[in-house]
Design a protein around this ligand. Structure first.
Ligand SMILES: [Fe+2]
Length: 261
């Protein structure tokens, strides 16, 4: 519990209402066709922060798989838990895109999600492969464990590679479509719907990856939104989930800034 950092204002299941508005609203506009310029056009980005967390999750999983000692039960248990966490996180993310983002794109630009839909089907197959690998690892005899671990390592690497390419395509190609066909207020409304669909009990597990993966100012902005709109217990739980994954200096910056405002 970190009561000094609370400034609860109201209950709201959509506790990160992309509409923090003033600054964001200033870039809201109606749009004709335009070329995306990812560096200079300050449009609302549905993907960037979420993908930062997912990249951190899968890259850490890849490293952990490579370092695993197949003869150490604690390492085996750790990698099994990590892989289940990865599959749950990515499954949730994929379902959100399918439920909220792709229908919005298809409604205004039919066919624009065809590549992503194909990728998502492959990712679902990837979840099954990783789940199979960790089940095999748990059951493997001492004699076979090193080979099974090597298979898991290769399959995680393939999963990471495919998802890195997929995310880059979404951030460029999907944002180009979304920015051509939706205003920033409409994009924020989609984001609010996604956030509202996440059960509060699952929120800390998402923020545990996303918040540490962001630069300090974005990290602070996200936690300020959470404090402003989420129940205090959820803010406390999320902050506690984030803390172990920040360096001391990063944690102090965050706590000091939250305490100041
Ligand atoms: Fe996707």
């Amino acid at each position: 519990m970190i009561p000094s950092l609370r400034q609860h204002k109201r209950m709201d299941s959509a506790f990160i209402p992309a509409a923090t508005a003033s600054a964001d609203a200033a870039v809201s506009r109606s749009h004709g066709p335009r070329k995306p310029n990812l560096r200079s056009v300050p449009r609302h980005d549905l993907y960037g922060k979420v993908h930062a967390g997912l990249r951190a999750c899968m890259c850490e999983a890849l490293t952990a798989a490579a370092r695993m000692d197949p003869d150490d039960p604690a390492d085996i248990a750790g990698i099994v838990m990590r892989m289940h966490e990865l599959v749950a996180l990515f499954s949730s993310h994929l379902a959100n895109e399918d439920a909220f983002v792709h229908p919005a794109m298809e409604a205004r630009r039919p066919g624009s999600t065809a590549r992503a839909a194909h990728d998502h089907a492959e990712h679902v197959a990837g979840f099954a492969v990783l789940t199979r690998d960790v089940d095999a690892l748990r059951r493997a005899s001492a004699h076979a464990r090193a080979d099974v671990a090597a298979t898991l390592c290769r399959d995680v690497a393939a999963f990471v590679a495919a998802n890195l390419v997929h995310m880059a395509a979404e951030e460029h190609d999907h944002n180009a479509v979304l920015w051509d066909t939706h205003t920033d207020d409409e994009l924020r409304a989609i984001e609010v719907s996604i956030v509202a669909s996440i059960p509060p009990s699952k929120v800390p597990a998402h923020l545990r990856w996303m918040v540490p993966a962001l630069p300090p100012q974005e990290r602070l902005a996200m936690m300020r939104k959470l404090r402003a709109f989420a129940p205090p217990a959820l803010f406390d739980a999320s902050l506690a989930a984030v803390e172990p994954h920040l360096r001391d200096r990063e944690w102090m910056k965050l706590v000091e800034a939250l305490s100041a405002a």
